[in-house]
Write a protein that binds this ligand. Structure first.
Ligand SMILES: C=CC1=C(C)c2cc3[nH]c(cc4nc(cc5[nH]c(cc1n2)c(C)c5CCC(=O)O)C(CCC(=O)O)=C4C)c(C)c3C=C
Ligand code: FE2
Ligand code: FE2
Length: 362
């Protein structure tokens, strides 16, 4: 295997470009067991995601999980699949297009905006290679996770760094670590909730459900738990909610180990048992709707709450391509790109000897 990826020969005659690369988690290519298997294998083989000793995990993953989970997960994906593909992919694609338009409207039409997925397609490597082919020499790597976690943001950046190791002419990169307390993100979330309330009235309780991670990661230094709580507090402040009007909880537990608590299912059950007349559930940690929000929260969550005796259940969709979010995202991008814009074309009179011999083309 070649040490480096194919890259275009160096040229003098183009203006080096800057790109924003949105990176999200990834989704299977189809809602089928056959498509789920390689996706789950790639995802669950990531040592940032599952920290069980490799030899033990290899047997559990290949012997049990990959023989049972693909079929079960495929059935869940089938309930949320959209005509253009998996919701996470569809929303991320829309977000990239809308962000490019918002940046154009700010006079940044030369910026390239693209997206990639940490697992599955389009892979981080393939998109970064495409960007190099487009003359991109500076990349803002933007994991689409508001709260930093080793198992989400860091592994997305690992994939980009691994790609850089395969590049002869390595571009400059900047990374976004998190944006859990960014005023633009909080304002977009608050706007999303307010517009839901303007149409449907207010609940007794706002449930903020974040993706969970194993509990031990908090003790070992992962700031994810605290960042989720800070987002929750800032969102509540923006909505002027007292502490007893909202709950922060954690969903999507995987395996038998303890994950961050309280678990969303327990909170929904308790609120139902308490006879709560109406709850609204929002998933602030996901900027795009996906299996975990549409199936686990909007569908299963509702069943859990109703089965426990609860009343009305409203799921508030993710930010997706809401105008407030896209404009907030553009604001964050512009602030991250300070000092990188604009880039200028090299003076032709100063081209190197090789380029002068090659003539006007170079
Ligand atoms: C095995 C442990 C898992 C950890 C740790 C984990 C962290 C984590 N995940 C997200 C965001 C998403 N996860 C999604 C799906 C999903 N997550 C896990 C497991 C862990 N996640 C699995 C096995 C799956 C696949 C679906 C299934 O079989 O249940 C998704 C949705 C993807 C989609 O296609 O729609 C997202 C998004 C974060 C942010 C995070 C750590 C903070
Ligand atoms: Fe997950
Ligand atoms: Fe904390």
């Amino acid at each position: 295997m070649a040490r480096y990826l194919d890259e275009p020969a160096f040229r003098h005659d183009y203006t080096p470009r800057t790109a924003v690369l949105l990176i999200n988690l990834g989704t299977p290519d189809a809602p089928t067991a056959a498509a789920l298997r390689p996706y789950l294998k790639e995802f669950l083989s990531d040592t940032r995601v599952v920290e069980i000793p490799r030899a033990v995990w290899w047997f559990i993953l290949n012997g049990i999980i990959l023989n049972t989970r693909p079929r079960k997960s495929a059935a869940k994906y089938a309930t949320v699949w959209m005509p253009e593909g998996g919701p996470l992919l569809v929303h991320t694609r829309h977000q990239a297009t809308a962000l490019a338009e918002a940046l154009q409207a700010r006079g940044l039409s030369d910026l390239v905006v693209d997206f990639a997925m940490r697992y599955g397609n389009p892979s981080v490597e393939s998109v970064m290679q495409k960007l190099r082919g487009q003359g991109v020499e500076r990349i803002l790597l933007f994991p689409m996770y508001p709260q930093y976690a080793g198992s989400s943001s860091a592994t997305a950046l690992d994939a980009a760094f691994r790609t850089l190791m395969k590049m002869r002419n390595m571009p400059e990169v900047r990374t976004v670590r998190h944006f859990h307390d960014s005023p633009a993100y909080i304002a977009a979330l608050a706007e999303n909730v307010r517009s839901h309330w303007a149409r449907h009235g207010r609940p007794d309780k706002l449930v903020m459900s974040f993706h969970g991670v194993p509990r031990f990661t908090l003790d070992k230094g992962d700031p994810y738990h605290c960042e989720c709580h800070k987002t929750g507090r800032l969102l509540a402040e923006a909505l002027e909610l007292p502490r007893d009007a909202y709950e922060v909880c954690f969903q999507s537990r995987f395996g038998r180990a303890e994950w961050l608590q309280p678990y969303t299912t327990d909170v929904l059950t308790q609120l139902g048992q308490a006879g709560t007349r109406r709850i609204d559930v929002i998933c602030p940690g996901f900027v795009a709707d996906c299996l975990e929000t549409l199936e686990e929260i909007a569908e299963e969550g509702k069943e859990t709450f109703h089965a426990a005796g609860g009343g009305e259940y409203h799921y508030i969709p993710c930010l997706n391509s809401s105008p407030a979010w896209i404009s907030g995202l553009a604001e964050m991008v512009v602030s991250q790109l300070q000092g990188w814009l604009p880039q200028t074309r090299e003076n032709p009179a100063l081209r190197c000897e090789r380029a002068q011999k090659l003539g006007a083309k170079q």
